[in-house]
Design a protein around this ligand. Structure first.
Ligand code: GAP
Length: 501
């Protein structure tokens, strides 16, 4: 589906809409309605089940989302977390330099200095996209963090967290003390990140407040054993650094084993890359041919990374490959900076090993971007009907419960929906309009199952009565005892764990 059509459908169904819509909206801010909020929760649960399922020593915490200034000074965000901004001298509109240049320079501007970017802008004779003036400023670094006055005096500064990762570094010492004193130790956070993006756009793709799910794995750089045999034969779609552009090139598919043996990447890194691909492909159901792992060169990588592959997925609504997550090898940058900044040495002494400063492998996942991808890749026309073929465990409503005739079968169907909810199955009662229209509404909302209560159900009583169970994707129908429904549906509603874990 095209971008505007998809956004209109999501808005109409109450999945999401611009924040402060009645005031004309607030750029880069979106609210989730009932379907969107439920889908987002289930996506977060599926991410946790998979990635925390990789080790019993990976745990999720819930930190505060405000960082004191000392933290972002030490992390480097105060100095480095900037985008080059260009303003129009005539109308004062502001633009990201890479957005201004994206048509003439699709490979982007990562690694270029402000002077070099200014040179390219001049050479291309670009004009202001808002008013057409040729008077564009030289690019200057614009810090993306939202700063706050902290406390009543206004003298203390703090910042809304620009990434959830920092909270895990701050928690490391405490988690080490309360844990089993062994590495690897994983600390996961799912929470909001706030960035004052110069040019928010493409709805959930460049937001000013968005949700990240990030796992920081702290490990001994001398020894990070992983069950590599589990992924050895996994086919990974990679686009390596080298002669390639930022465009629409297809990846080369190579095995995990080859990436280590001839590709020069560490086993621990490739193992996590493979588990990440499995999550996108086997859990979220993204087509294998839509996924590519885009390696970032030294000048393109974030300032803290030693190895970085972005997980990109081809999305029709956004016209190409888009970054939805990444695997970052951050070395000991973070614990080193926070050791210096806090004055507390964040080295550890694992049992049976000399003291060391752990390295960090970060698995980052943009929850909102993936929610959009789930709509782009799974929601669309299927014959006459619009169907959202979400994996069942992600569906906001697992089962629609309908009475064939409200006055005769309504009370049984209402009680059935209630019993299913009490058994932990998200069920929704619906008696409005024809059965066909109720199926259509549920198909569009991604509901994988519907049941219809009819005369035979009532005649046979609550213990023996059967209902018609209809599956969204196959449209197959069968009679199932109402009393057996919860047990029948439950296995479909549990997010998968990594195989062999
Ligand atoms: N801790 C590492 C980090 O924050 P990042 O590449 O800046 O790295 C990680 O962000 C993920 O967060 C991205 O892959 C993307 O999915 C999501 N993300 C980043 N900026 C975003 C924005 N402005 N709006 C929505 N999602 C965003």
């Amino acid at each position: 589906m095209k971008h505007d059509e998809l956004f209109a459908l999501l808005r109409r169904r109450g999945v999401l809409w611009p924040s402060a819509e009645i005031y004309g909206g607030a750029q880069g801010l979106y609210d989730y309605g009932p379907l969107g909020a439920a889908l987002k929760r289930r996506l977060e649960e599926a991410w946790s089940a998979w990635f925390l399922g990789l080790s019993p020593d990976y745990h999720r915490i819930e930190p505060a989302e405000i960082l004191p200034e000392a933290v972002v000074r030490a992390s480097g965000h105060l100095e480095n977390f900037t985008d080059p901004e260009v303003t129009c001298e005539a109308c004062h509109a502001a633009f990201r330099a890479d957005t201004l240049l994206e048509k003439v320079r699709p490979e982007g501007i990562d690694g270029l200095s402000s002077a070099q970017i200014g040179e390219i802008l001049r050479a291309q004779q670009l004009r202001c996209p808002s008013c057409g003036s040729p008077e564009l400023s030289v690019p200057r670094p614009f810090n993306l963090m939202f700063g706050l006055d902290f406390g009543p005096t206004g003298k203390e500064r703090a910042y809304l967290q620009p990434e959830t990762a920092q909270a895990s570094y701050l928690a490391f010492a405490r988690m080490w003390d309360v844990g089993r004193h062994r590495l690897p130790l994983g600390i996961a956070v799912i929470g909001k990140a706030y960035r004052n993006e110069i040019a928010p756009r493409q709805v959930l793709f460049r937001m000013r407040a968005f949700t990240q799910a990030e796992l920081q794995i702290f490990f001994d750089p001398e020894s990070f054993p992983v069950p590599f045999d589990r992924v050895r034969a996994e086919r990974l779609p990679v686009l390596r650094v080298g002669p390639r552009s930022r465009g629409e090139e297809s990846p080369e598919v190579v095995s995990a084993e080859e990436l280590v043996r001839t590709g020069g990447l560490p086993e621990f890194y490739v193992y996590h890359l493979a588990e990440t691909v499995r999550f996108y492909r086997d859990v979220l159901g993204y087509p294998a041919e839509a996924i590519r792992l885009f390696e970032k060169s030294e000048s393109e990588r974030a300032f803290y990374n030693k190895i970085q592959f972005d997980v990109e997925v081809h999305l029709e609504s956004l016209g190409g490959y888009k970054e939805l997550g990444a695997v970052h090898y951050r070395g000991d940058y973070d614990l080193g900076r926070h050791s210096e900044g806090s004055g507390r040495d964040l080295s550890v002494h694992p049992t049976g090993r000399p003291p060391l400063r752990p390295n960090v492998l970060e698995l980052t996942f943009g929850v909102d971007r993936n929610l959009w991808a789930l709509a782009d890749l799974h929601l669309g026309k299927d014959g006459e009907r619009t169907r959202w073929k979400l994996p069942a465990f992600l569906a906001p409503v697992a089962v629609g419960v309908f009475p064939l005739i409200e006055k005769d079968h309504g009370s049984f169907a209402r009680a059935l929906a209630h019993d299913l909810r009490a058994a932990g199955i998200p069920a929704q009662y619906d008696d409005a309009s024809s059965i066909g229209k109720r199926y259509a509404r549920m198909d569009e909302a991604g509901t994988p199952f519907c049941v219809t209560v009819d005369g035979a159900t009532i005649a046979d009583g609550p213990e023996q009565g059967t209902v018609t169970l209809r599956a969204r994707d196959s449209r197959a129908q069968e009679r199932v005892p109402a009393a057996a429904l919860a047990a029948r549906l439950r296995p479909f509603l549990v997010p998968p764990l990594p195989p062999g874990a």
